[in-house]
Design a protein around this ligand. Structure first.
Ligand code: AMP
Ligand code: MG
Length: 402
């Protein structure tokens, strides 16, 4: 039985980035760049003014100076003609520096006097000039492939004229809930039955990862019906099933996957939750059989399925880094397996601190709602004192760190 790190490695080794597509740069936020972006030209493209003021020759301004104003340039105008000694040009921020000039004197440090501009203080060469290529030089690697595009990358792509950008395709993820007890949301709910909430929560998790959920609905605990649904699910880029993967009398998921030539990679991980959790592949497509318990399915999605989906969508770093958090209360667990503990994280004095979010039984979804982190508690350790540091996978979104 693999440990949680081994299991994740086995999964990540078996998936690869999907194809690529081109999308408008305005729709590319959150997507992953599939080709290196190299600068097609210097940025800025020409020496330009960092201030509204006068372009001057610094050699004319070694002491108090009076320069003839030979022209005026607004933003967007081409550069003024060559400026001769003793002259200055009024220019605005971003305007090209005219040939002959090597510095800009801001309006605040100059006094206009008819045709003249008077400058009291000496001006050093390059003052208030943004030089060609000082940001990025032609050919520089600006955004490597595998980068998630955020507003600054989007801005850089746009400023290099890229109206369309090459990105990795989003993964389509088929979601199938199994179990005779399930009814679909919105259907009548007879006694003894429960609403299929996993399809909906997993769909939200898939979307949050940037992938596209494909809802297959419910398959009852019946091999034929299960087979039909799973065959349909294998048309997506990935398949995630929930429940029916334990050793119960009616847990047919693994058997049906076998029948459909899905190669099993492992069944059960040395973690809690993670018992049971099956993983297999068919034609390069990952198939995750997650436990049915709503908490377990979300936690195992986060730990095992999400990194695989990110890798398929081109992320260079699909695994979230662990952060250290100081426990604010003692925690106990059994020896033998890694436990994923639902925790509430806050920041105190610039450090993460953690409380358990309450009852850790896998039946308690409330503690998943209260959690904004998952503590990864090592297999053999059983007692964690208040004040000890533990590893945490952060789950919070903005606004959740109070
Ligand atoms: P199982 O893995 O089939 O033993 O299911 C474990 C628990 O999860 C049971 O209490 C199920 O009723 C519950 N469960 C299974 N599937 C779902 C689902 N799709 N939505 C909500 N709860 C579920
Ligand atoms: Mg079941």
């Amino acid at each position: 039985m693999p440990t949680f790190e081994e299991a994740r490695k086995l999964i990540l080794e078996r998936v690869a980035p999907l194809g690529r597509e081109r999308v408008p740069v305005s729709a590319a936020a959150g997507r992953v760049l599939s080709e290196d972006l190299r600068a097609p030209w210097d940025m800025p493209r020409w020496d330009n003014s960092a201030m509204d003021g006068y372009a001057v020759r610094s050699a004319d301004c070694t002491g108090p100076a009076a320069l003839r104003i030979s022209g005026s340039r607004a933003a967007g105008d081409p550069a003024a003609p060559r400026v001769s000694p003793g002259a200055a040009v009024r220019i605005m921020t971003g305007s090209p520096i005219p040939e002959g000039c090597d510095a800009v004197v801001p309006f605040e440090q100059a006094v206009e006097d008819g045709e003249l501009v008077r400058i009291a203080e000496p001006v050093i060469p390059r003052a208030n000039v943004r030089f060609r290529g000082e940001d990025v030089k032609t050919g520089d690697l600006v955004v490597p492939a595998g980068t998630v595009l955020r507003p600054p990358e989007i801005g850089m792509l746009a400023s290099f004229g890229r109206a369309f950008v090459p990105v990795y395709r989003k993964a389509s993820v088929a979601l199938l809930s199994t179990g005779d007890e399930l009814v679909e949301l919105g259907e009548p709910l007879p006694a003894g039955r429960i609403i299929n909430s996993n399809s909906v929560s997993l769909a939200a998790a898939v979307e949050e990862a940037g992938a596209v959920p494909v809802l297959l609905g419910i398959a009852p605990d019946d091999k034929r019906r299960l087979r039909e649904k799973i065959e349909e699910g294998l048309r997506a880029d990935a398949l995630i099933t929930s429940a029916g993967v334990s050793a119960g009398d009616r847990d047919f998921v693994r058997e049906v996957l076998d029948d459909l030539s899905v190669t099993p990679v492992f069944w059960k991980v040395e973690s809690r939750p993670g018992h049971p959790l099956a993983f297999g592949v068919k034609d390069g497509k990952p198939v995750f059989s997650l436990p049915g318990n709503p908490v377990s399915s979300l936690v195992t999605f986060e730990v095992f399925a999400r990194p695989a989906l990110l890798k398929m969508m081109g992320h260079a770093d699909p695994v979230k880094p662990l952060v250290k958090a100081v426990l604010k209360e003692p925690v106990r667990k059994k020896a033998g397996r890694v436990h994923f503990f639902r925790v509430r994280i806050a920041v105190e004095g610039g450090e993460y601190v953690a409380w358990t979010s309450g009852d850790q039984s896998t039946g308690i979804l409330k503690t998943m709602i209260l959690a904004n982190g998952i503590a990864v508690l090592p297999a053999e350790k059983t007692v964690f004192e208040s004040g000890e540091k533990v590893d945490v996978i952060l789950l919070y979104r903005s606004g959740m760190l109070r």
